[in-house]
Design a protein around this ligand. Sequence first.
Ligand code: AMP
Length: 185
Amino acid sequence: MKRLIFLGPPGAGKGTQALILSDLYQIPHISTGDILRAAVKAETTLGIKARNYMDAGELVPDDLILDLIKERLSQTDTQKGWILDGFPRNVSQAAFLEKLLQELQLAADYVLNLEVPDEILVERLLARNRKDDNEITIRRRLEVYHQDTVPVISFYSDRGRLKAVNGNNSLEGVTTALKAIIDQT
Ligand code: AMP
């Protein structure tokens, strides 16, 4: 059983790697971005509230995300473990998650940070063709990443919990590096 938190900038390949590992270790892949995109598509209350923030490359407000993650981590399939992808995105979400996991008497096994330089990210994101992947939104998402999400890296490294992985490598190379860390236990 594995409980993994994936950190990394937009376009680092978190989603792709998380899917591969979710299949390999047979644990659910929990992507807040995927949950939000599904909500937008289904035009739920959450989706309607979240859409404009997502289109602008801004973070959706915490009050929309925190209940969602609490509810998701309480579902029975998470007893097998999980991979969190896209959460936590800021320090207050990270603190919330610590508290939630304590309440559930759980701890994450690894916090994995996929490192990729900004100039490579812009190239990769432009090639991806998602609705929120136009150049202005991409630049804003990277700004938001540096401002709000980079402090999450320090949050975990200060607690001695962070493992860095070079994400600027082939897809298979990154998977191999991630597996080598995860299989250590
Ligand atoms: P992603 O698929 O992880 O790149 O997320 C796409 C968009 O969904 C982001 O640009 C945010 O607008 C929103 N989003 C996803 N996860 C979060 C989160 N944990 N907190 C706030 N906003 C989020």
